[in-house]
Write a protein that binds this ligand. Structure first.
Ligand code: SF4
Ligand code: SF4
Length: 68
């Protein structure tokens, strides 16, 4: 079960570079079909490390429940 109040979301402009995968401390991110990163909301703790490393600046931290 998710324990954090925030989680990361990936925007459509993701270029699938894989940088976010390497910094995520929870292993919550994977590349889907070679075209976009996908974050498992049940694992993500909303730490924001992926948002800071993303060269395309497409990851945002949102309040859990606000977009579901
Ligand atoms: S916010 Fe943190 S835990 Fe969530 S996907 Fe990004 S790096 Fe991983
Ligand atoms: S770092 Fe940004 S552009 Fe690269 S795979 Fe992750 S979300 Fe996509």
């Amino acid at each position: 079960m998710a324990t954090s109040t925030r989680l990361a979301r990936v925007g459509r402009e993701c270029v699938a570079c894989g940088s976010c995968l390497r910094v995520c401390p929870k292993g919550a991110i994977r590349i889907v079909s070679g075209v976009t990163a996908q974050i498992d909301g049940n694992i993500c703790i909303g730490c924001g490390k992926c948002t800071r490393i993303c060269p395309a600046d497409v990851i945002t931290i949102v309040q859990r429940g606000a977009v579901e």
